[in-house]
Design a protein around this ligand. Structure first.
Ligand code: PAF
Length: 280
C-alpha cells in the first residue's frame, strides 16, 4: 500500500489507472477506522481494480470546534488496517494540502440538506460537499462508497454529485455495521464512558422494536413513542427522531403507500452525539 500525501500525486495515480482502463473505488473517511469502514473497503476491493481510501478529518464540516478538537486521530492504526485490507492507496493529506485557500463554495444542496442534521448543524453538509467534491475531482472514482449510518449524508452527496456534474460516479450505499449488542459502529463510540456504552445499544433495540409498533400507529405516534422510550433510558437524550421519505428526506405525516420510510435519530449519550436509523 502506498501512502499518498499530495493532491498532485493522487491525481497522477488515478489518471494513470483510468488511462489503463482500470476501475477506481474511492472510500472517503475521517479515519479512526473500524469494522464499518472495513466493510466499505471490502466491497470496494471486490468491485474495483484499484482502491483509494482517504483519511482526512475535514475541518469545514465541523460546526462545533470541540467536536473537531476531540475527534479521534489514529493514523498508525488506520494504516495498519488499510494495509491488511488490501487497499492500494491511502490518501492522507494535510489541511493545507486540501485547502490551500479557504473554500468559499456554497453548494445548492436543496431540501435534502435542510432537515434533521442540516437544520441542527449549520454548514455541516456544505462542508461535506466541499470535501467530497474535491475527492471526486482528484480521484475520479468509478464508484464511491458511503455507510448508511449517515443516511441523510448519502442523499446530500447524491445531490452534490448531481448539481456538480459527477453523474458518472456510482455512489454506493452500504449497510450499517453493528456491534453484537446492536450499537452502530462509529468512530465516536471510543468516547463513550462504560455507563454510556452499556446504555447505547438501547437505541437500536428501541428502533427495531418500533417496526412492530408502527404497524398499528401513525407516524407521529411512532416518533413520540421512540423518543419517549429512548429518553427513559438513564443517560440517553434524543435530539430528534424523524421519520422521512428515503429519497427526499422530507418528514412524513403518513406512512407511504409505496416506497419506504426511514426513521433517523440523534441521541446524546452523555456528551457524545450518536446517530442511527431504521427503515420501515
Ligand atoms: O462520513 C464521513 O466520515 C465524512 O462525512 C466524509 C464522507 C468522509 C467526508 O469528510
Amino acid at each position: 500500500m502506498k501512502v499518498v500525501r499530495t493532491v498532485a500525486e493522487l491525481q497522477d495515480i488515478t489518471r494513470q489507472a483510468k488511462a489503463e482502463g482500470k476501475t477506481v473505488g474511492l472510500v472517503p473517511t475521517m479515519g479512526a477506522l473500524h469494522a464499518g469502514h472495513k466493510s466499505l473497503i471490502d466491497r470496494a476491493r471486490k468491485e474495483n481494480d484499484a482502491v483509494v481510501v482517504s483519511v482526512f478529518v475535514n475541518p469545514t464540516q465541523f460546526n462545533n470546534p470541540d467536536d473537531l478538537r476531540t475527534y479521534p486521530r489514529t493514523e498508525e492504526a488506520d494504516c495498519a488496517l488499510l494495509k491488511k485490507s488490501g487497499v492500494d492507496y491511502a490518501f492522507i493529506p494535510s489541511v493545507s494540502e486540501v485547502y490551500p485557500e479557504k473554500d468559499e463554495r456554497v453548494f445548492d444542496l436543496g431540501p435534502v440538506a435542510e432537515v434533521m442534521e442540516g437544520a441542527r448543524r449549520p454548514g455541516h453538509f456544505n462542508g461535506v460537499a466541499q470535501i467530497v467534491s474535491r475527492l471526486f475531482e482528484w480521484a475520479q472514482p468509478t464508484r464511491a462508497y458511503f455507510g448508511e449510518k449517515d443516511f441523510q449524508q448519502i442523499a446530500v452527496i447524491r445531490r452534490m454529485a448531481q448539481v456538480s456534474g459527477f453523474d458518472d460516479i456510482d455512489i454506493v450505499a452500504c449497510p450499517i455495521v453493528r456491534e453484537a449488542d446492536g450499537l452502530a459502529l462509529s468512530s465516536r463510540n471510543v468516547r463513550l464512558t462504560p455507563e454510556m456504552r452499556a446504555a447505547a445499544p438501547n437505541i437500536h433495540r428501541i428502533l427495531a422494536d418500533s417496526l412492530e409498533y408502527a404497524r398499528t400507529h401513525t407516524v407521529a405516534e411512532t416518533e413520540k413513542h421512540v423518543e419517549e422510550q429512548i429518553n427513559a433510558v438513564p443517560g440517553l437524550q434524543t435530539e430528534y427522531y424523524t421519520i422521512s421519505d428515503t429519497l427526499t428526506m422530507q418528514p412524513l405525516s403518513q406512512w407511504p403507500e409505496s416506497g419506504k420510510a426511514v426513521g433517523c435519530v440523534t441521541v446524546y449519550a452523555g456528551d457524545v452525539r450518536l446517530i442511527d436509523n431504521i427503515t420501515y
